[in-house]
Design a binder for this molecule. Structure first.
Ligand SMILES: [Zn+2]
Length: 489
């Protein structure tokens, strides 16, 4: 590197230091080691004060009950608008339905304005319901105990919402030059994917947040034996489809049982479906995921993962791995979970109809009609038929693992998490990213908070809680990623 370049960099630094200060530090990187500057020095300084501030926002966010339905996300949107306005940013409230509003805010790049380059930080404001009797604390109390913030949404997804806001404000406060527009988006109705969901937001307001890149929920920083084993970055997801299984028979007096009892026929069909295992099929993403995992798991598991897609030992390996881990089982095949049963109006009346709901998750590329052909053959009962519900998700192309953003996430995760690798991940659950991918956004699912399996299991469950140290780490990670990707170098 030439002297000219070094002095230019120092000038940049001085110009920046004369500005607002804040978390981001100017870059005097690329300096040779003889300058005594670490190579390369971090782009972002100490984020601990920022994380403490973001923790206070998160506590307030948890206290605003946005159980969906009804959602009531407008209250959160207003709270966020207050913070942004104080920072000199003018947010826009996007009304979607009564009491339900999204929020968008933008930091403009003076250099590049194309939407295809813009970067979107997205998180949803709604949460799933709670069974209060099973919680040890008030789920909407914002209670901090033993180093954890307890509360519905502390992980899913208000933690990410607060961390996104922190990273966004860090950019604003530092007054740095952006190489692209950076957009903060807080969404509605993610948990129900109903009328106020991302689909509606895109239909009504796409021009307000059109972007080429996004970071959303959907990934996981997996902690094993006290350290981050790997970071799963979601680049694809299974497609949810609900199917009704309906049995029809003759109604009658329960004292005179008949052979065509709808309850009996439905129960037999559901039992067969419960035993069914769809064939294994690897997508390019799951193949990469398992390849990466094979060197990280214990020796025995790694041995099976390495042969999982081979003709001779593959089938046995698939069985071993499916039994060992229900997530892997679902990643390898279409899955079917019966979730609801309905039949009968009186204890002494044989009903004419009985119905079950199957929650199906298809691998991208698979079709529900092919799966239902199989199930029809399996059930083999003229009294039973299937009806596909109209709320099916849409298959989207996966995000590329060749983009600069994916490379940045990989680099920063390795640096921040002691060399932990990033593995591309297809989530079994659905997120708003599918909608974004259908609009040509390279969307990546990241959960920046390193969590143990024990804490991960509480998401959507009882006593959901976020370790505060993990939250601070997540704020730090996300701020670094955003700075590396969006600040002009
Ligand atoms: Zn979520």
């Amino acid at each position: 590197m030439s002297w000219k370049r070094v002095s230019l960099c120092i000038l940049v630094e001085l110009a920046l230091l004369a500005g607002h200060g804040g978390v981001l530090r100017a870059q005097i990187n690329q300096g040779p080691p003889s300058f005594g500057i670490p190579f390369p020095p971090p782009l972002v300084g100490d984020t601990s004060a920022l994380a403490r501030e973001a923790q206070d926002w998160l506590v307030e966010l948890v206290k605003i009950n946005t159980t969906n339905p009804p959602g009531n996300e407008q209250a959160v949107a207003k709270y966020l608008a207050g913070i942004l306005t104080k920072e000199g940013i003018t947010p826009e409230i996007l009304d979607v339905a009564p009491g339900r509003s999204a929020l968008v805010a933008r930091l403009r790049s003076s250099a590049v304005a194309e939407p295809s380059k813009a970067f979107l930080l997205v998180a949803h404001m709604d949460v799933v319901g709670v069974d209060r009797s099973k919680w040890s604390v008030d789920p909407f109390g914002g209670i901090i105990k033993d180093g954890y913030l307890y509360g519905r949404g502390s992980i899913d997804d208000k933690g990410m919402l607060a961390a996104n806001l922190a990273a966004f404000l860090a950019l604003k406060r530092s007054n740095v030059r952006l190489n692209r527009d950076v957009i903060f988006l807080a969404t509605t109705d993610e948990e129900q994917f109903g009328d106020a969901s991302m689909k509606t937001l895109i239909a009504k307001y796409w021009d307000k947040f059109a972007a080429g890149y996004a970071i959303n929920e959907g990934g996981n920083a997996v902690v094993k034996d006290g350290k981050v084993q790997h970071v799963a970055v979601q680049v694809d997801e299974k497609v949810p489809v609900n199917v009704a299984v309906i049995a029809k028979g003759t109604a009658g007096h329960a004292s005179i049982p008949t052979k065509d009892n709808a309850v009996v026929h439905l129960a037999a069909a559901v039992a067969k479906i419960g035993d069914y295992t769809a064939p294994v099929h690897f997508t390019s993403i799951t193949r990469r995921y398992f390849e990466g995992l094979s060197t990280l798991e214990d020796e025995e598991t790694g041995k099976w993962i390495r042969v999982v897609d081979t003709p001779d030992r593959g089938e046995h390996a698939q069985r071993v791995l499916s039994d060992a881990n229900p997530l892997w089982n679902s990643m390898m095949r279409d899955s079917i979970a019966p979730t609801m049963l309905q039949a009968g109006v009186r204890v002494n009346v044989i009903p004419s109809e009985a119905q079950a709901n199957l929650n199906i998750r298809l691998l991208p590329g698979d079709t529900v009609s092919a799966l239902l052909d199989e199930l029809t053959k399996l059930v083999n009962d003229p009294l039973v038929h299937f009806e596909v519900e109209p709320d099916a998700g849409l298959a989207a192309p996966n995000s590329s693992i060749e983009t600069d953003l994916y490379a940045t996430i990989t680099k920063v995760c390795a640096r921040e998490f002691g060399g932990a690798p990033v593995l591309p991940f297809m989530s079994t659950g659905a997120t708003d990213s599918a909608q974004l991918r259908l609009h040509s956004v390279q969307a990546y699912g990241l959960r920046p908070f390193p969590l143990t399996e024990e804490d991960d299991r509480r998401v959507h469950g009882d006593d959901e809680r976020l370790p505060l140290a993990a939250f601070a780490k997540g704020v730090d990670l996300l701020t670094h990623i955003v700075a590396e990707f969006c600040v002009t170098k």
